[in-house]
Design a protein around this ligand. Structure first.
Ligand SMILES: NC(=O)c1ccc[n+]([C@@H]2O[C@H](COP(=O)([O-])OP(=O)(O)OC[C@H]3O[C@@H](n4cnc5c(N)ncnc54)[C@H](O)[C@@H]3O)[C@@H](O)[C@H]2O)c1
Length: 259
């Protein structure tokens, strides 16, 4: 796919995992990529490895002033903003009755409020048409015991995406979500460490494999194509896992802790 030559893309959460793969893919397609992350060193290392014209910027998605500063810097340096992909997200596993309110708040702040602030500030800084992609999850539609905050936040991201598409469509700004299934990244290291968990995920995935960050980068590239007529969509990229059921993470975790 072409069409990214000269385009400016900002990948938030671009230092690691899915965001890093998207940043690299967009750069290969000819975009100027800004790698933004709370992990400043990680973002800088990623942008340096990609080489010019990529550059890095530190951002905390839960702080509107920080998100605003990121896009101010992009406007000052590049003079345009075409694509924004927000991959920042965190998880926490505990039964509702065991979950601290502070832990709930942290997950919702980063994964949902962060998505809202990114969409808002991206839309305020896009002067022409553009594409905004949020990252939801299989857990936006499939409940997982022990992941109440994450599931609730990601379901919120899907609806935020639809409302944003509705409001921003008249300006030619398209807003779509990608909902990945289990993808091998640092975020899911703790899940992978639970005995039997990978096998249970595979049993519930018709295509029979765990996802890769590149699978998600493929989808991001497809949704960002400049002439696309797609907006307000949540694209499931999960090997068909949404057709089956989510593994019982909480019971497996409790069993492995009791061993
Ligand atoms: N890996 C999976 O199986 C999976 C499945 C479904 C959805 N997702 C979603 O995909 C997205 C990317 O996750 P990943 O698996 O690549 O994880 P990851 O941990 O490898 O990457 C997440 C990145 O977000 C950054 N980040 C975290 N909090 C931030 C904040 N407050 N401000 C700015 N940056 C912040 C981290 O520093 C990290 O670089 C997340 O939204 C996650 O919820 C992942």
């Amino acid at each position: 796919m072409t069409g990214f030559i000269g385009a400016v893309s900002v990948v938030i959460g671009g230092a690691s995992g899915i965001g890093a793969a998207i940043a690299e893919r967009f750069a290969k397609e000819g975009a100027t990529v800004v790698v933004a992350d709370i992990d400043d060193d990680g973002a800088t290392a990623r942008a340096t490895a990609m080489g010019a014209p990529a550059w890095a910027h530190a951002v905390q998605v839960t702080a509107e002033s920080s998100v605003g500063r990121l896009f101010d810097e992009v406007a000052a340096k590049e003079g345009r903003l075409d694509c924004v992909i927000n991959c920042a997200g965190v998880n926490s596993v505990a039964a509702i009755t065991d979950m601290d309110a502070a832990d709930w708040q942290r997950v919702v702040d980063v994964s949902l409020t962060g998505a809202f602030l990114v969409v808002k500030q991206a839309a305020l800084h896009m002067t022409g048409t553009g594409s905004i992609i949020t990252i939801g999850s299989l857990n936006a539609r499939q409940p997982a015991a022990g992941m109440s905050a994450y599931c609730a936040a990601k379901a919120g991201v899907s609806m935020l995406t639809e409302v944003a598409a509705l409001e921003l469509g008249p300006r030619g700004i398209r807003v779509n979500a990608i909902s990945p299934g289990l993808v091998d990244t640092p975020l899911v290291g703790p899940l992978f460490a639970i005995p039997g968990m990978q096998a249970e995920f595979l049993d519930n995935t018709p295509l029979g494999r765990i996802g890769t960050p590149d699978d998600i980068a493929d989808a991001a590239l497809f949704l960002s194509a400049s002439q696309s007529w797609i907006t307000g969509e949540t694209l499931n990229v999960n090997g068909g896992a949404h057709t089956r059921r989510y593994p019982d993470v909480l019971t497996s975790l409790q069993r492995s802790a009791a061993r």
